[in-house]
Design a protein around this ligand. Structure first.
Ligand code: NAP
Length: 249
């Protein structure tokens, strides 16, 4: 895959940790100049340093995706970009009757509204150039309801619907839009929930284990490359078989 993205620019949201960090490193290793986005400036600086140590090009821009004005400022600072990866996301587990207004708003605003706003801001430039790629990171919980992840899954299911809509809306004008739907993946975010939870989910997949962030990033890097030139409107499950089987009760 080396040099497949030479001369391209990319924005990866939520690249200060987990899956986004792995995506940013892989896109940079393939030759793209990458904007690493997140809120945590210390982790952002480390991600940039790691990419530069590998011989890649990167810069960090901080923005809170739950805030409309901050999302617009992020887009303005980034300017023209060839590859947009809407990766940043938050998960707050609670049953429907226990979900607070704040948790509802944070998940919908970060996981659904922010990608929508970034597409509104950044896709017009891609359409003008007749060339661009959008990749949305969803979840297997968008297709099969997961206990205590209703609003998380609903927001991501909305993002999957928009993926197909945008693939149709922009495809003939040179912009491909796809999504990857990860299953349980070891990241800083899941570590904060406790390793037991994610490892238990990993055991319910057909492969019987969790994914690494790089196993998700591999597929994103493929979708961003010319090798995926006829892939548009696809939702690629990377769930170790999570969607292929129904776990035993
Ligand atoms: P993570 O380790 O928790 O990292 C989340 C990233 O998103 C961080 O870089 C964080 O940046 C950023 N972020 C979160 N809220 C933000 C906000 N309001 N504004 C700006 N940045 C924000 O997450 P992950 O586990 O890698 O998940 C990445 C994506 O994959 C998410 O969309 C998630 O839904 C999806 N996914 C994950 C799994 C899994 O098992 N890990 C499974 C399916 C889908 P800062 O910390 O710098 O603010």
């Amino acid at each position: 895959m080396n040099n497949a993205l030479r001369g391209r620019t990319a924005l990866v949201t939520g690249a200060t940790a987990g899956i986004g960090y792995a995506i940013a490193r892989q896109l940079a290793a393939a030759g793209a100049a990458v904007t690493v986005h997140g809120r945590n400036a210390e982790r952002g600086a480390k991600a940039v340093q790691d990419i530069e140590n590998d011989g890649g090009r990167a810069l960090f821009v901080a923005a809170d995706l739950a805030d409309v004005e901050d999302v617009r400022r992020l887009a303005e600072e980034v300017g023209d970009v060839d590859i947009l990866v809407n990766n940043a996301g938050v998960y707050r587990f609670a049953g429907t009757l226990e979900t607070t207004d704040a948790d509802f708003d944070e998940q919908i605003n970060t996981n659904l509204r922010a990608p929508y706003l970034l597409v509104q801001e950044l896709v017009p430039g891609m359409l003008e150039r007749g060339d661009g790629i959008v990749i949305n990171v969803t979840t297997v919980a968008a297709s099969t309801p997961a206990a205590e992840a209703g609003i998380y899954g609903a927001g991501k299911a909305g993002l999957e619907l928009l993926t197909k809509l945008w693939a149709d809306e922009f495809g003939a004008r040179g912009v491909r839009v796809n999504a990857v739907a990860p299953g349980p993946t070891q990241t800083e975010g899941t570590a904060a929930l406790g390793d037991q939870l994610i490892e238990g989910l990993g055991r319910t997949t057909a492969l019987g284990r969790t994914a690494t962030a790089d196993e998700i990033a591999n597929v994103v890097t493929f979708l961003a490359s010319p090798a995926a030139s006829y892939v548009n409107g696809a939702i690629l499950a990377i769930g170790g078989g999570s969607l292929a089987i129904r776990p035993a009760a």
